[in-house]
Design a protein around this ligand. Structure first.
Ligand code: NAD
Length: 429
């Protein structure tokens, strides 16, 4: 008879139990029944008591993920994170909280005693480990960032069931102008479908929250009047990104008009600073200069200057908080509009455009490395030649007053970058 090795004791299928245990047929059937009953009960337990898994209606490339959420422990974390710690504080749902602006805004709200709950889908448009590091930072200051998509209506409804948010700071979006040519559906998914889904849930919430959300300076598109004023035309977007932000402004109008949602759109102008976005020029110029790699600097027609109204993150945060503080209540709680609600849009810029060549010169000084400059014609892929914000409206209504110039702001960015990427040794991807 063949000698059995110890490995033969390990069954690969339940049927393999048979020869080694001298059971009757009846005993074997009872064992099988008991085994499958256990599996069945186990599955039911997982389904009901662990966590509901969000639906994923979107076909776009990086969104084919499911997120788990729910359960008593999860709800406790949500409640605790959103708990207001001052008498007149807000409880704010911050979408895109693991993003660049979202992290800074969430931390600032938490610092002043507001309750904050974050939401982010941690997509891989840029290195998700940077988003995870921001999440860890927020976690340490008591902000829980729920992993989920703004298209997940069940998740959003659950969040509003657990916390009666007074405000939503909506920053989740597919950002970036050039990437729209590569993955257009991600812009529709997050900036249009996701925004509508969020507004649908907000309009039905009782109480309805006031919403402040990020539009973009890109809505000015081919507008040539400078500085850009909120009264200028915004019907000539130069990129799909800009078109989806412009669509967002129109969608905001609709939800304000029909459902009485209080909505404030903020047109950010090229935000930069520590914990910034690796797809933005100041960030990847820093990375490439440190690596000794050539950088492409664009110029306009007839060697025209390409310039940006670079705005430091702390100034943007002050503008966001100013918008939340001055936001009036929505008027349609319970789904019935009781009167006109606030609808606003503001430029948040720095009002001093700087040529991109000057940005590079400042970086060279800060990093003590000479850049290898490669001057190129501005491609027609969505970038505009010049941005310059008129901020008088935000100044008047939000008390917005930017105070950081590019030299000072970049110094803070460079210090963070060198620390975070270990003196530039650990390369930013
Ligand atoms: N940074 C700028 O210069 C700038 C300029 C103009 C407008 N904006 C707008 O400001 C907002 C914040 O920008 P940022 O620079 O922090 O960008 P970011 O990409 O760092 O942050 C956006 C966050 O939203 C998340 N997100 C994207 N789609 C989502 C979805 N469907 N569900 C849940 N989370 C989702 C991303 O994972 C990301 O963490 C965006 O709306 C952006 O369009 C930014």
């Amino acid at each position: 008879m063949k000698q059995m090795s110890h490995l033969d004791d390990i069954p690969s299928t339940p049927g393999k139990f048979k020869p080694y245990f001298h059971r009757t047929r009846w005993q074997s059937s009872v064992a099988k029944l008991a085994f499958w009953s256990l599996v069945f009960v186990g599955l039911i337990f997982i389904f009901f008591y662990r966590s509901p898994v969000s639906s994923n209606p979107d076909p776009s490339r990086r969104s084919l993920r499911t997120y788990s959420w729910g359960g008593p422990a999860w709800e406790k974390r949500v409640r605790s994170s959103a708990r207001v710690r001052t008498r007149r504080g807000f409880s704010v749902l911050v979408t895109g909280a693991a993003g660049f602006v979202g992290t800074h805004v969430s931390a600032a709200l938490k610092r002043r005693g507001d309750g904050v709950l974050g939401l982010d889908n941690f997509n891989d448009y840029y290195d998700p480990s940077l988003k995870r590091a921001r999440q860890a930072l927020l976690e340490r200051s008591g902000v829980f960032v729920v992993e989920g998509d703004i298209n997940d209506a069940a998740l959003l409804k659950k969040l509003f069931e657990v916390v009666p948010f007074t405000h939503v700071m909506h920053l989740a979006a597919q950002a970036g102008v050039r990437y729209a040519m590569e993955n257009p559906s991600s812009y529709v998914h997050s900036n249009i479908a996701g925004f509508v889904n969020l507004l649908e849930v907000c309009k039905s919430a009782n109480p309805q929250p006031a919403i402040v959300w990020a539009s973009s300076s890109s809505v000015y598109g081919l507008n040539t009047r400078v500085p850009f004023s909120e009264k200028d035309r915004t019907d000539q977007p130069a990129s799909l990104y800009a078109a989806t932000k412009k669509a967002g402004e129109e969608i905001a109008h609709t939800y304000n008009h029909i459902y009485g949602l209080s909505l404030t759109g903020l047109r950010f102008f090229t935000v930069y600073g520590p914990w910034g976005r690796p797809d933005m020029a100041y960030f990847f110029f820093t990375r490439d200069i440190l690596k000794g790699k050539a950088i492409s600097i664009f110029e306009g027609v007839n060697h025209g200057t390409v310039a940006r109204d670079f705005t430091y993150i702390d100034d943007i945060v002050k503008g966001c908080l100013g918008a939340l503080d001055t936001a009036e209540k929505s008027t349609g709680s319970g789904g019935k509009k009781r009167g006109a609600a606030q609808l606003r849009v503001f430029n948040l810029g720095n009002t001093s455009p700087v040529p991109v060549t000057d940005l590079v010169t400042i970086l060279e000084r800060l990093l003590k490395v000479k850049a290898k400059r490669n001057i190129m014609k501005l491609p027609r892929n969505g970038d505009v030649q010049f941005t310059h914000a008129n901020i008088s409206s935000a100044q008047r209504e939000l008390g917005y007053k930017p105070t950081t110039n590019l030299q000072t702001g970049l110094k803070k960015f460079a210090r963070w970058y060198l620390g975070y990427y270990n003196g530039g040794k650990k390369a930013a991807s």
